[in-house]
Design a protein around this ligand. Structure first.
Ligand SMILES: O=C([C@H](O)CO)[C@H](O)[C@H](O)COP(=O)(O)O
Length: 210
């Protein structure tokens, strides 16, 4: 099981400071969608240059022109790029084909997918690398989480790795871990903590027990 740190509400210098604090405890750095909106793919490049031994995920949430988005994020140094599960299959196939050429990986974000079980099975068959259940900020504000969806994709996904994101905190991590995803994604649960390093270290310890 791996831990991904989502950086959403920071600029590039702040992102570097956070990663410096928690680098020993994380496997993947996510350049979150808000950071890409604010700073562009330059954020991916600067973070990859600063932390070359860590994997970097570009959370582009691609919805169209899958191949092009993956090509541009790959040029910036991303190792993993996100595509939306609600996209057309042709978009996901385009992303996967480009990722194979560039030796990169595709994560499909299932945010707002209505029938998680059947769509996850379809997406799994398209050869993606990760399928991620996700309660985004707007769903979190309505008190939702994706714990049940994780159990659902664990039942139907045969080849992709499974991931979960959305509002995960130290207190809720044991419940998430018990469902055995391959990857746990945490943003505010670490970046919003007064002692980020201590929280990341505790999360790392819990996750690496599995
Ligand atoms: O993808 C995300 C969200 O849609 C904003 O872009 C977050 O990175 C993801 O939800 C993880 O962050 P937390 O919910 O703060 O753990």
């Amino acid at each position: 099981m791996e831990l991904q740190l989502a950086l959403d509400l920071v600029n590039i210098p702040e992102a570097k400071e956070v990663v410096k604090e928690v680098a020993p405890y994380i496997d993947i750095i996510e350049i979150g969608t808000p950071v890409v909106i604010n700073e562009g793919l330059r954020a991916v490049k600067e973070i990859k240059d600063a932390f070359p031994t860590l994997k970097v995920l570009a959370d582009l949430k691609i919805m169209d022109a899958g191949g092009y988005g993956v090509m541009k994020a790959s040029e910036a140094g991303a190792d993993i790029i996100t595509v939306l599960g609600v996209s057309d299959d042709s978009t996901i196939k385009g992303a996967v084909n480009e990722a194979r050429k560039q030796n990169k990986k595709i994560m499909v974000d299932m945010i707002n997918v209505k029938d998680i079980a059947s769509r996850a099975a379809e997406i799994d068959a398209l050869g993606v690398d990760y399928i991620c259940v996700h309660s985004g900020y707007d769903h979190q504000a309505e008190g939702k989480n994706s714990f049940e969806d994780l159990a659902t994709i664990k039942r139907v996904v045969k080849q992709a790795k499974t991931a979960i994101a959305g509002g995960i905190k130290l207190q809720t991590l044991p419940e998430v871990i018990s469902a055995q995803p391959d990857l746990v994604i945490v943003g505010g649960g670490i970046t919003g903590a007064s002692d980020k390093q201590a929280v990341a270290a505790q999360m790392h310890e819990l996750i690496k027990q599995r």
